[in-house]
Each structure stands twice: as structure tokens, then as C-alpha cells.
Design a protein around this ligand. Structure first.
Ligand code: AMP
Length: 293
């Protein structure tokens, strides 16, 4: 496994790798959710993509990972300084997973002095996460565009855990004619249902024990949907009632939106919908979602 830091080193190492190259962008502090993306890139685990013509995962000939806690996607009030980091452990996990190339740039390498160019996706970033984290997606799309330019991958792997992020990146790739395939991988959960996240480490033992309520609330609504419930307000309510029973949970939003446009639904569901939520446990903000289709 080659580990590089400067852009020049990255370009040189990347040029020596066989195509197709699969890229897995991360902010580090890796867990099994990240490693499931690596395995998907290697052709070893599921992709949740249902785009026409996709069967199982097709292996990329080489797999690259970026580790970069991107300051541009954190608001001043958010947890940039406190975001968990353990580069030595991350590199060990990636080496053992059989990754070919890792880029670990510094903020100064990605945003050198004088930096002033930003990629902005419009409508789809204004709702859900974008509504409560206004500059977040501008930071995400800018860094992901730079990663695509730096790595020139044929495929890039993202988690359904961050459902809106995938929708925004797909939009950017389409609108800016990036010549690569975006592959969405299913949410990887702990055995009690909690979606794995680097931020789970902030939870106290009591909060960690309470947090699977997110999964159970979504599953409750998904069961109602499977039994024929199509009223978006009722589906939101089922989630909300389940979470309200957990005193440590403080809801930021619960949404039932069109899965393609992410616009909030008010009429009965007639197409795939995304049920999603953001909930605080103390100062820790967790997100989760479920596709109803
Ligand atoms: P992050 O390091 O949080 O920026 O995540 C890097 C990538 O891993 C993103 O595409 C995430 O959606 C994905 N990811 C994070 N957690 C999970 C999970 N539990 N299951 C699947 N993908 C995940």
C-alpha cells in the first residue's frame, strides 16, 4: 500500500495504478462502514445501486482511499477540532484490507493560500441536511470535485448513510460531466441497528444504548409502509412517536421526501421516498435514513 501526502506524489502514484480505479473518499477514523465501501470497490460486498444494467459489484482493478477531515464542510459551530482522528490505526486497517493507495493531504494542500474556487449544487442542497447546515454541501462538493480531479477514478463509492450527499454528488457529476460512475453502498449497522459513524465515539454509554431508537423508529415506519401506509405525515409521525419515547433523544428533523428530488412529500406516496432524520443525543448529532420503495 502506497501512502502519499502531496498532490505531486499522489499523481505519480496514481499513474502507476491499473484502471479501473475505485476511489473511497473518507474523513478517517475508519469503521466497518468505511471498510464495506472498500470491499464493494474490491467487488467483495454489496452495492445498493439499482441503476439499470448493474448486477453485483464489479471489482475495480485498484482501490484508493482519501483521508481528509475537510474544514470546508464544517460550520464554525461544528466539531472540526474535536472530530476524531487516528491516522496510524486507519492506515493499518486499510493496509490489511488490501487498499492500493491512500492520500492523506493537509488542509493547506487542498486549500493553499489564495484559494477561492467553490462548487455549488443548488436546489437539492437546500433541504434536509443543507437546510440546517447551510455551507456543508458547498464544502463537500468542492472537495469531492478536487478528489475526482486528483485521482481520476473510474468509479467512486459513497454510503447510503449520507443519502443526501450521494444525491448531491450524483447531481454534480451529471451537471459537470465528470467521467466516472458513482456507486452507492448500503448502510452498515451495528448488531443492534445503530448505523456506524465516526461520531458514535462521542456517545456516553447511556446515549449509545439509547441510539438504536433511530433504526427502530425507521423500521417501524417501514413496516407500516410495507403494510400499505402511504400517508407521508403518518409515516413521519410513526418515526416521531417512537423517538419521543426515548428521553435522551432530541429530534432536529424527521423527513419523508421524494427519493429523487428530496422535496418534502405532502400527498400520498406514489414513488420511492426517503425517510430521514437528524437527532441529537447530548451534543452528538446522528443521522439515519430508510428508502421506502
Ligand atoms: P465519512 O468519513 O463520515 O465522511 O464517510 C466516508 C464515506 O463512508 C461516506 O460515503 C459515508 O456515507 C460512508 N459511510 C459512513 N458510515 C457508513 C455506514 N455506516 N454505512 C455505509 N457507509 C458509510
Amino acid at each position: 500500500m502506497i501512502v502519499v501526502q502531496t498532490l505531486a506524489e499522489l499523481r505519480q502514484a496514481r499513474a502507476a495504478l491499473p484502471n479501473p480505479l475505485g476511489l473511497v473518499p473518507t474523513m478517517g477514523y475508519l469503521h466497518d462502514g468505511h471498510l464495506s465501501l472498500v470491499r464493494a470497490a474490491q467487488g467483495l460486498s454489496a452495492v445498493s445501486d439499482s441503476s439499470p444494467g448493474r448486477g453485483g459489484p464489479s471489482p475495480s482493478a485498484s482501490v484508493a482511499v482519501s483521508i481528509f477531515v475537510n474544514p470546508a464542510q464544517f460550520a464554525p459551530t461544528e466539531d472540526l477540532a474535536a472530530y476524531p482522528r487516528d491516522l496510524a490505526r486507519d492506515l493499518d486497517l486499510l493496509e490489511r484490507a488490501g487498499v492500493d493507495l491512500v492520500w492523506t493531504p493537509t488542509p493547506e494542500i487542498v486549500y493553499p493560500p489564495g484559494y477561492q474556487t467553490w462548487v455549488t449544487v443548488e436546489e437539492v442542497t437546500r433541504v434536509l441536511e443543507g437546510a440546517v447546515r447551510p455551507a456543508h454541501f458547498r464544502g463537500v462538493t468542492t472537495v469531492v470535485a478536487k478528489l475526482f480531479n486528483a485521482f481520476q477514478p473510474q468509479r467512486a463509492y459513497f454510503g447510503q448513510k449520507d443519502a443526501q450527499q450521494v444525491a448531491v454528488i450524483r447531481r454534480m457529476v451529471q451537471d459537470l460531466d465528470f467521467n466516472l460512475e458513482i456507486i452507492t453502498c448500503p448502510i452498515y449497522r451495528a448488531s443492534d441497528g445503530l448505523a456506524l459513524s465516526s461520531r458514535n465515539v462521542y456517545l456516553t454509554p447511556e446515549q449509545r444504548a439509547a441510539a438504536p431508537v433511530l433504526y427502530h423508529s425507521l423500521r417501524r415506519a417501514a413496516a407500516a409502509y410495507a403494510a400499505g401506509e402511504r400517508d407521508p405525515q403518518r409515516l413521519r409521525q410513526l418515526v416521531s412517536e417512537a423517538i419521543a419515547a426515548q428521553p435522551l433523544a432530541r429530534v432536529q428533523y424527521i423527513s419523508c421526501a421524494d427519493a429523487a428530488s428530496l422535496q418534502e412529500l405532502h400527498a400520498p406516496l406514489a414513488a420511492p421516498a426517503l425517510l430521514s432524520l437528524a437527532v441529537y443525543f447530548g451534543n452528538t448529532r446522528l443521522i439515519d435514513n430508510w428508502v421506502l420503495s
